[in-house]
Design a binder for this molecule. Sequence first.
Ligand code: IPM
Ligand code: MG
Length: 366
Amino acid sequence: MTNESGTRGRPFKVVGLPGDGIGPEVYSAARRVLDVLGESRDLHIELDEQLIGGAAVDATGSPLPQQTIDACRAADAALLGAVGGPKWDGRPAEQRPELGLLRIRAEFGLFCNLRPIVTHPALHAFSPLRPERLRGVDLMIVRELTGGSYFGKKWRDDDQAEDVCRYTRPEVERVTRAAGRIARQRNRRITLVDKANVLETSRLWRAVAHRVIRDEFPDVTMENMYVDAASMHLLTRPADFDVLLTENLFGDILSDEASMLCGSMGLLPSASLNEERFGLYEPVHGSAPDIAGKGVANPYAMLLSVAMMLRHSLNRPGEAEALEQCIHACWADGLLTRDLLPDGLGTEDVTEAVCARLANAMALSA
Ligand code: IPM
Ligand code: MG
């Protein structure tokens, strides 16, 4: 990819993966925002919509069809809504919608999962935590995404089952380097979260991660924290964290916990990156089948994921920041969906409010 991509040269290519449940609804919101950016800026994004998850199982029998993989290979980034739903619960392992997500992570080596947790004063009242605990919370979870028990050898018979948790030195090194680079753009403090009092993989992580930070990031500090203690400290003193680095399963669990600091899962974006700048961007929330099709899904997590895509894969930090600022302005104006307010707005109303502010901001800064 060159810096000319997306301008008058080659347009950016983004694969759109609406997926299941509320996925298509929040994906439409993302498309609207990209249209607004395309109209007001020299930013040309070609969206190539493809199948993943349950929708792909229904159409092709596979949760990640080859055509989707090929499209991603030719793209700068992919934007995913959500996968899964009760409709596919009884399916054999090979046809589970979640497998589409796990396969795309493995296929593209998306080892570095970023989940920023930022609380906004307008949303403090919606968190189960007291507002005084939320002040100043701004942490980045860096979750290793292609190793550990998610991808180790698995088997089961009637009496036993096993999920092997394996990590190699290069796997730990590369995600630690990613965390080190991120820490440098923040407050230069990493908390390595593990279970080194019990697990051998955690002891490898500690040895390798500390060596990388000491040798390559001497300006960054790294402290250790056991995962059980981390789950507690995320609730008692969340503002003390800067970058939280951890393995796949711990990161899965802690990121859902941390999302509650913000008030709703519907507010949390994520980026899953490989070494080549290709990224998969998706809201952390799932497909929420109970509210699918009702037009009430919270689009903010998806729109913040678009901002992450602009920043990390498309090299357009200016537009990323403008979009984030418009979203924060909407929060300050109380423009929220029903996961937060009983008489809240619908998905499209919130999206249009963001788009109106964005069009304005773009016109002012043109
Ligand atoms: C997530 C999700 C996935 C995971 C599921 C859907 C496989 O919970 O992205 O956090 O466990 O990684
Ligand atoms: Mg999860």
